[in-house]
Design a protein around this ligand. Structure first.
Ligand SMILES: C[S@@+](CC[C@H](N)C(=O)[O-])C[C@H]1O[C@@H](n2cnc3c(N)ncnc32)[C@H](O)[C@@H]1O
Length: 237
C-alpha cells in the first residue's frame, strides 16, 4: 500500500509537496543539505525512470553544454553539485583535462559518480563531499572553469556561491539552470526544493562579465561568464 502510494506520488506532478513528504519524510520542510542527502540515495534510479520527453531534453542539454564548452580553453574544471557524474563524464570523454573536480553534498551520488567515471583508473579526477555554500577551503583561481548544472535552482540564496565561483575560477563560470521568469508565483510554494532565480541579474550583481546567454531547452538558461579580477574589474587571462 505504502509502495503504491509512493509510486502514485512519484508520478504525480500535481502534488509535489505531498510527493516530497512521502518520499523524504524527514524533510518536513526543505532543508537543502538534508533533502539532497536523502534524495541522493535514489537520484540515479529516479533519473533512469524519466519519460521519453525528459530524456530527449537531457540529451539536448548535454549536447548544447558540450558545444559551448568546446569553444572555451580550459584544462581544469570543477562542477559544483556534480551528482552521479553525468556532466563530468561528458567532459572526461571529450577533453584531455589535467584536473577534473566534482563536489556534492550526497555521499551516495558521489559513490555513483565514482563508478560512472571509473575513478580507480584516473588520478586526475577528484570527487569531494561538501556543501557548495562553504567553499572557503578552495584557494583563489584554482580552476579554469567552474560550472553548475541544475544545482543553484535548489539553493535559496545562490549569490554567495556565485561569489565563491568567481573567487576560485581563473577564466570561466558556466551556469546551466532552470529559470522561468514568467511565473506569477514563487515555484517553492508548490515544489519546495526549487527556486526561481534571475541568473543574469545575479551574475551582473557579483560583477561577472557575461560572454554568452542562451536558452537551452524550455525554461533552461545557460550563461557563460568570464571571471573578473576584484581589483580592477578587468577579465583575467
Ligand atoms: C538535480 S541534481 C544535478 C546533478 C548534476 N549537476 C547533473 O546535472 O546531472 C542536484 C545535485 O546537487 C547536489 N546539491 C544540492 N545542493 C547542494 C549543496 N548545497 N552542496 C553540494 N551539492 C548540492 C545534490 O546532491 C544533487 O546531486
Amino acid at each position: 500500500m505504502i509502495r503504491r502510494l509512493r509510486r502514485l506520488a512519484q508520478f504525480s506532478r500535481l502534488f509535489p509537496r505531498l510527493r516530497s513528504r512521502l518520499e523524504y519524510p524527514d524533510c518536513d520542510k526543505y532543508v537543502n543539505e538534508t533533502y539532497w542527502q536523502q534524495r541522493g540515495r535514489k537520484y540515479l534510479e529516479e533519473f533512469a525512470e524519466h519519460g521519453e520527453g525528459t530524456k530527449v531534453a537531457f540529451a539536448k542539454q548535454e549536447s548544447v553544454f558540450l558545444d559551448v564548452v568546446k569553444t572555451l580553453e580550459f584544462k581544469s574544471v570543477l562542477e559544483l553539485g556534480c551528482g552521479f557524474g553525468r556532466m563530468l563524464k561528458l567532459l572526461d570523454d571529450n577533453f584531455r583535462l589535467h584536473q577534473i573536480w566534482g563536489i556534492d553534498v550526497s555521499e551516495h551520488q558521489l559513490g555513483n559518480a565514482t563508478r560512472l567515471l571509473n575513478l580507480a583508473d584516473k588520478s586526475y579526477i577528484f570527487l569531494q563531499q561538501g556543501n557548495i555554500s562553504e567553499l572557503d577551503w578552495i584557494p583563489e583561481h584554482s580552476f579554469d572553469l567552474a560550472y553548475t548544472s541544475e544545482v543553484l535552482m535548489h539553493v535559496s540564496d545562490p549569490e554567495g556561491i556565485l561569489r565563491s565561483m568567481q573567487r576560485i575560477t581563473r577564466k570561466y563560470i558556466l551556469i546551466l539552470e532552470w529559470q522561468d521568469l514568467t511565473l506569477p508565483f514563487g515555484v517553492s510554494l508548490v515544489a519546495p526544493w526549487c527556486f526561481n532565480h534571475n541568473y543574469r541579474q545575479l551574475c551582473e550583481k557579483v560583477g561577472l562579465v557575461i560572454l554568452d546567454a542562451k536558452s537551452v531547452v524550455e525554461k533552461q538558461i545557460m550563461i557563460v561568464a568570464q571571471a573578473t579580477s576584484r581589483n580592477n574589474g578587468s577579465p583575467l587571462t
